[in-house]
Design a protein around this ligand. Sequence first.
Ligand code: ARG
Length: 589
Amino acid sequence: MDKILDVISGEVKKAFETAGYDGELGRVTLSNRPDLCEYQCNGSLAGAKKYHKAPLMIAQGVAEALQENPVFAEVSAVAPGFLNLKLSEDFLSGYLNEMAASEKFGVGEPEKKETIIIDYGGPNVAKPLHVGHLRPAIIGESVKRILRYAGHNVIGDVHLGDWGLQMGQVIMELEERQPELPYFDENYEGEYPKEPPFTVAEMGEMYAAASAKCKTDEACKARALENTRKFQNGVRGYRALWKHIMDVSLPDIKENYDRLNVEFDLWKGESDVQDLIPGMVEKMKQEGFAHESEGALVVDVKEETDTKEIPPCIILKSDGASLYSTTDLATLEERTQNYHPDSVIYITDKRQAMHFEQVFRCARKTGLVEPETRLVHIGFGTVNGKDGKPFKTREGGVPRLENLIEEIDDEMYRKIRESRRELSDEDARRTADIVGLAALKYGDLSNQAAKDYVFDVDRFTSFEGDTGPYILYTIVRIKSILEKYTQQGGSLSGLSILPARNPEEKALMLELSGFQAMVAGASKELAPNRVCAYIYDLSNAFNRFYHETKIIAEEDEARKAGLIALLMLTKGVLEDCIGLLGFSAPDRM
Ligand code: ARG
């Protein structure tokens, strides 16, 4: 289905031609004076030069050509040469009925269906998920859903940090506590136990203890590094412990993502590409891209046009160890081989911008990716506390992800209990979890990703203003009207939207008609905040309409059915939008 703006532009372009001018002048935009008109066209001003004519005369000619056009209720040419347009109620309701009958409310196939990999999540195995993992999960999940909705083939990869020092640290602490375990006996040749020698809680505790020691004790740090080398180099007992750490961590990581309603298609990690590294490095050397610099192996990635210093991409450290960038390069090689992606999108803290700049340049230069592949880094800002500094627990530590979720859910529960005393405790809890997730995600996604934001539980959980609960409240309100309608014997099938009868109703319809354009914009800009802005406007438009319009009390049954159809479309669009943001609405709240 064509975007409404394209339909309107098409009509105005034809009118320019009818009046004897270049049709391209007829491009229409949303009005910047909504008090005067709904859409406008400024093409006459541009045409004045070309045709040596007063712009107002051109506009008048075009307006004349549009007089009988059924798309418009009002077309006026105003000084100095604007065309002010108002849509006809008939055309608008017809357009909405077509939307309501179309799959995805008329969002068609993209011009080019792309294969897109989104790398988001990036949890580090053995470490607890914390506040830093909130944004990649929330933003990545939403970007994935938006691109998928727009018709692309999208693959989400968690890209585990499963090859690092933190695992060596856990092993160090374990050895200290239970040196008698067979993993540490070099001469042991039997099978290792299938059951891990620790629970997830014990592992978390061991990691915390070890990482504290390593901060102050050089010898500990050296041992942790040594352990890391050992499992990386395949020393049997250490590799078995690595596997135990994976087995214990992954269910816990999955549970955290489940609670956030975040799903990955691929559960790959840094460990999966280690075997590719030697070949990749060899090739970079042979082809003359990689050279030695201060003992390390590097690829120069600076370019003539750079305005800031871009240091070389380090491939191997002087001790021959690979780095974060090495793994990311090998992963790009693997992704290219397996999926030939058109785009690879990474979602991390914006402080990693330089890392990705170097990796992307190096991958292009060395031919690891196809020349047309788009490599994109979405760098997000920090989650701050009310003091404007990175969010901390009361004790000053890094807040755990599960505690953040809990904090929101608890506050939501308190608010729901307060307003809905009749709910059973269990219902209130369940509702609080659903609404809490919306509060958390909307609080994040309504900001531009690159900006920092303040984690403000009170504001996020408010039922009023630009918040998740407000959006859900609007959906729940519509659900309850629809329920009443069916309870009174009304049927929800076969209804059509009728021409608007009041300004608030028309305003709601105009908002709805912008859905396709919003999806196109959000997917082009990879911007979930556009979805948020849209549903906030749409919810406001709905609530104003609701305030002004009798629905259940409407006596004219045909009109009532038309209004119900409008409600159904509003609900459908809102529900698809919150689906794009990665949360859902309860039936009541
Ligand atoms: N594990 C990394 C971290 O904690 C994030 C990984 C992001 N993805 C990537 N391909 N580098 O910082």
